[in-house]
Design a protein around this ligand. Structure first.
Ligand code: FAD
Length: 388
């Protein structure tokens, strides 16, 4: 541990590195320690679901290693180091089970989100992969190559599941995608738009099973057999689970911080404990859990100012999300949770412009597919800010 208490950032994803990059614009010298349980390589996580299209392996996706990042950011980056406890009264964190303790002046939790693992039985669970970081990605690509994979069964037809469906098809691998709901991206899109994405992907060769749950994955004579709760089965060579992520709250919860769906913060990104902040996928900022890049960049810009002495609240403009399904491009700006309104839909084949309109006729959100995505700029200007 260093003699002068440092700013300690736990996590070296886009949130952690993005914050320290912003911080160094205002404060070149304060000691910063960054701690990560992974290898600390900097990479753009959204690229994990375009790797087969672009034929890039994990090493090619890594932009810089931890040492290089430390040099660039004038920070000390500790890799393969898991933080196991926070004592907010003493302003100390514990590392590993060796009881190493590090004092902090300010602590930033940029812990990311964990993948949700669906309850599945069977004798081939070691062939069920999920891809949520560079190491997972390396393992998945290695398994695809090693097992000479021709077909992947994807569990989940949401953002990650549909992106991987498109990506694997682009890489020449067949897909069958299973989702208990009725169409693609069911939690983000109205049915007409979700069906358009389905049609676009089916035209590229995707197969979908909407309605059932996956119950078992077992070995067969020449690969795997995936069982669904409607009695159907799917033969494949590998399974990719993509049913969603959940903010990492355990460490904060055990430290007595207020948590809800994510680690609760105000608009200054302050948690319930003094000098402890949270940002990125793990944070619930004034009630908003937004597990995307644009919000964490807005957080990084605000928190960097706050940490260098200029207390700055984060603002969110409307932040549409582009989903990387080139077979049927999608841009969506979800309405606020619990917003009351109705979808107004114009459709021409896979080209959909769906406006979510509130009770006073105001635009609250939209979902655009195919050629409809060309309306993004115009509609985005009409949307209210998420957090002005
Ligand atoms: P992470 O990158 O998960 O970083 C968490 C860090 O915390 C890691 O370094 C980890 O090692 C560390 N850590 C956690 N716990 C501990 C501990 N106890 N001790 C030490 N270290 C710890 N968003 C978009 O906006 N557009 C997209 O197109 C898009 N595509 C995506 C595609 C895929 C396949 C995935 C998985 C996500 C995608 N997202 C996209 C979401 C976006 O990538 C995430 O919102 C963002 O990368 C989250 O960054 P983060 O830094 O908060 O978390």
């Amino acid at each position: 541990a260093s003699s002068e208490a440092a700013i300690v950032v736990i996590g070296t994803g886009l949130a952690g590195y993005g914050l320290v990059r912003e911080l160094r614009k205002y404060d070149k010298d304060s000691p910063v320690i960054m701690i990560t349980s992974d290898d600390g390589r900097a990479y753009s996580k959204p690229m994990l679901s375009t790797g087969f299209t672009k034929n890039t392996d994990a090493d090619a996706l890594a932009q810089k290693d931890a040492g290089g990042m430390g040099e660039d950011l004038n920070a000390s980056v500790w890799t393969s180091t898991k933080v196991t406890a926070i004592n907010t009264a003493a302003q100390v964190i514990t590392i590993g089970d060796k009881e190493t303790q590090v004092h902090y002046k300010k602590l930033v939790l940029a812990l990311g989100a964990d993948v949700i693992r669906p309850p599945i039985q069977g004798n081939a669970l070691e062939y069920v992969y999920s891809v949520n970081d560079l190491l997972d990605y390396h393992d998945f690509r290695t398994a695809v190559a090693k097992n000479n994979v021709k077909k992947v069964c994807i569990i989940g037809g949401g953002l990650i599941g549909c992106e991987f469906t498109n990506d694997l098809l682009n890489g020449g691998i067949e897909t069958e995608t299973v989702d208990p709901l009725g169409y693609c991206l069911p939690t983000l899109l109205p049915e007409a738009a979700g069906k358009a994405v389905q049609a676009g992907l089916e035209a590229k060769g995707a197969k979908f099973h909407f309605g059932p749950l996956v119950t078992e994955v077992n070995k067969s004579s020449d690969g795997l057999i995936v069982s669904l709760n409607n009695g159907e089965t799917i033969n494949c060579d590998l399974v990719l689970s993509a049913v969603g992520v959940r903010p990492q709250i355990k460490l904060a919860q055990e430290a007595g911080l207020t948590v809800n769906r994510g680690i609760a913060t105000n608009r200054l990104l302050e948690t319930s404990a003094p000098n402890v902040y949270a940002m990125g996928d793990c944070a619930e900022v004034a009630g908003h859990v937004l597990v995307y890049v644009a919000p964490l960049m807005a957080q990084a810009r605000a928190l960097a100012k706050t940490l260098s002495g200029d207390a700055t609240e984060v603002s969110y403009p409307a932040m549409p999300v582009t989903i990387k399904t080139p077979a049927c491009p999608v841009t969506v700006s979800p309405a606020p949770r619990d917003a009351k309104g109705t979808w107004e839909i114009e459709q021409d084949g896979i080209n959909v412009v769906a406006r979510f309109v509130g009770t006073d006729g105001e635009l609250l959100g939209f979902a655009l597919t195919g050629e409809g995505t060309k309306q993004k700029m115009v509609l985005q200007k009409l949307l209210p800010a998420i957090m002005p």
